[in-house]
Design a protein. Structure first.
Length: 319
């Protein structure tokens, strides 16, 4: 019964992650009017399944076996607690409109359980925290440099393609491929958030878990990603499609490299700082950016802290 509840919680969490990632990765293509909403989400679904099944195993191993010791899996009821707390943090963030990361909440939940039973591996935790601190600024620096060195040329090239009747397909292909690239990277990096604990608990093998997470993320995107996609597509048009291409290439690369290195990171954080890097490259930071960044940083700190404290407190009380 506990195993069934844990699996259902994992599916629920993966579906929510998929719905959010769909908008982050495919909003530029949809906002440009290149594809219908249904076709855009279908492209996302295929890419995220490929990412999860091909490249997520290193992160699954990290969250399943390397982050905490096997002691936390000796008590089966701990598995649904980890997933439920991560899901509640995501739900609360969505209701409050806060741009928090499910990766932060999921990892913090696992660490909280490990800390409560004295089974945390400090080296793995430190490695993840270093990547969390470095990767957003790596995305910012890469986007800033591209914005300074290549943005004007890219802008001219894209709009020349867009202006030619025979080349509109080529322009659409560029935006679609970069979006699918982000979706692939997101599947590779975030699939483990929902199933890593199940693999660590011995309920699923890594390959089975990757397929389940990938299909659940695809299903979440197809069923629930449309509304978020509509909203985000309107915002993407404000940063121009040329900037969107740069953001997607930089963000997808950072997230995919992290996945292949076995480190779960925040797609939201990387995309946000990549956009900020482009803004800084072209102009000084806008007033709305200056106001938004502190709010985002507070939200990113609050989400894992709340997840850790909630899980740790529940386990401590139960013991």
């Amino acid at each position: 019964m506990v195993a069934l509840f844990a699996l259902l919680a994992a599916l629920f969490l993966a579906g929510n992650i998929g719905a959010n990632n769909a908008a982050t990765s495919m909003a530029p293509a949809f906002g440009a009017g290149l594809w219908s909403r249904r076709r855009t989400l279908a492209i996302y679904a295929v890419a995220v399944v490929f990412g999860a099944t091909i490249a997520s195993h290193a992160v699954i191993r990290t969250l399943g076996t390397e982050l905490v010791g096997g002691a936390i899996y000796e008590k089966p009821y701990l598995l649904p607690v980890v997933l439920a707390v991560a899901g509640l943090c995501l739900l609360a963030a969505n209701l409050l409109g806060l741009p928090v990361s499910t990766t932060h909440a999921s990892v913090a939940s696992i660490i909280g359980v490990g800390a409560a039973v004295g089974s945390v591996r400090e080296e793995a935790v430190l490695r993840i925290l270093v990547w969390w601190a470095v990767t957003p600024f790596a995305a910012l620096a890469a986007s800033y440099l591209l914005g300074r060195l290549l943005y004007t040329r890219l802008l001219l090239s894209l709009y020349r393609l867009r202006g030619r009747n025979g080349s509109r397909k080529a322009f659409g292909a560029i935006i679609t491929v970069t979006g699918a690239y982000v979706a692939f990277a997101a599947g590779a990096n975030t699939a483990a958030n929902s199933v890593g604990a199940l693999v660590g608990g011995g309920l699923l093998a890594s390959r089975e878990a990757a397929w389940i997470a990938g299909l659940a993320m695809a299903g979440g995107g197809l069923l629930f990603g449309g509304r978020v996609l509509d909203t985000l597509a309107k915002k993407v048009t404000r940063i121009s499609l040329a900037r969107a291409v740069v953001v997607e290439v930089v963000s997808g690369t950072v997230v995919l490299v992290s996945a292949l290195s076995g480190v779960p990171i925040s797609l939201t954080a990387v995309v946000t700082f990549s956009i900020l890097g482009l803004r800084l490259a072209r102009t000084a930071a806008a007033p709305d950016t200056e106001k938004a960044v502190p709010r985002i940083l507070v939200a990113w700190a609050a989400s894992p802290s709340a997840a850790f404290l909630l899980v740790y407190g529940l386990i401590a009380l139960a013991r």
